[in-house]
Design a binder for this molecule. Structure first.
Ligand SMILES: NC(=O)c1ccc[n+]([C@@H]2O[C@H](COP(=O)([O-])OP(=O)(O)OC[C@H]3O[C@@H](n4cnc5c(N)ncnc54)[C@H](O)[C@@H]3O)[C@@H](O)[C@H]2O)c1
Length: 245
């Protein structure tokens, strides 16, 4: 379905990003996987061993990176038809009054500023090259309040906001922009903070289990593809019902 389509996946070395890279390669797409974890990217390349995968080590919060990714994708594969923004970090569990400005700025610089910068570069390119599909990863924390993760919550509501604004502005240019809001998903990020969620974490989700990266990749792959050709501005929970609680 994705043959002859190339694009960029940020956060591609781990968790959901890695699952999206694998899924899109299976669909026939070409992928530029970007991450700040160079060793993780090297391991991904070694494991997959596919000439439709190239990797770029970098920090999504750097302004120059967006254009670098577009140039790398166009030079390697001849087109840039999609962008998937998976790179992200969490904030420490902290009461509102104790949130430090440093934590607020660091989390927003990766999750919101980083998403904005890659989107801006992709939109500028796609407007001149026949359109494309952008999928951002927000969170349940981007559509309902979550306790004690204020910087993360701000960044993820911001991602939903810029997704919808970009979808409206660019629909007539053939650029679709959608956002997936995962619930609790078994990834290295989840495993790092699982202890802070506590033993009752499974019970938080109405389906009484946590999700898998592959389940997120299923939704992303559909939104990227032409199967979703009339879908833009969708805020899509993939969360076992968590956003309903
Ligand atoms: N795991 C969950 O339960 C969950 C739930 C909702 C939303 N999310 C979101 O899903 C996305 C993917 O998270 P995950 O669970 O797969 O986490 P993960 O930690 O397994 O993967 C995130 C990747 O992003 C990369 N990254 C972090 N900062 C970066 C930067 N500045 N520049 C480039 N790369 C950077 C990391 O190196 C890592 O490879 C994130 O945006 C996260 O906020 C996760």
């Amino acid at each position: 379905m994705m043959q002859d389509k190339a694009g960029i996946v940020t956060g591609g070395a781990s968790g959901m990003g890695e699952a999206v890279v694998e899924r899109l390669l299976r669909e026939g797409a070409s992928v530029v996987a970007m991450d700040r974890d160079g060793a993780g990217l090297a391991a991904l390349s070694a494991r997959i061993g596919c000439d439709r995968l190239v990797t770029v080590e970098g920090d999504v919060s750097s302004e120059a990176l967006g254009d670098t990714l577009i140039e790398k994708c166009a030079a390697s594969f001849g087109n840039v038809r999609y962008l998937v923004n998976c790179a992200g970090i969490t904030s420490p569990f902290t009461a509102f009054g104790d949130v430090t400005l440093k934590d607020f700025d660091v989390v927003n610089s990766v999750n919101l500023r980083g998403t904005f910068l890659t989107m801006r570069a992709a939109i500028n390119h796609m407007r001149d090259h026949g359109g494309g599909s952008i999928v951002n990863i927000s969170s349940t924390a981007g559509i309902r309040p979550m306790l004690q993760v204020i910087p993360y919550t701000a960044s993820k509501w911001g991602v939903v906001g810029i997704t919808l604004a970009a979808a409206l502005e660019n629909a007539s240019a053939g650029i679709r922009v959608n956002v997936v809001c995962p619930g609790i998903v078994d990834t290295p990020m989840y495993r790092r903070v699982a202890m802070e969620y506590g033993a009752g974490v499974i019970d938080l989700t109405p389906m009484k289990r946590i999700g898998t990266s592959a389940e997120i990749a299923n939704a992303v792959s559909w939104l990227v593809s032409d199967e979703a050709s009339f879908v833009t501005g969708l805020v899509m929970p993939v969360d076992g019902g968590l956003a309903l609680t």
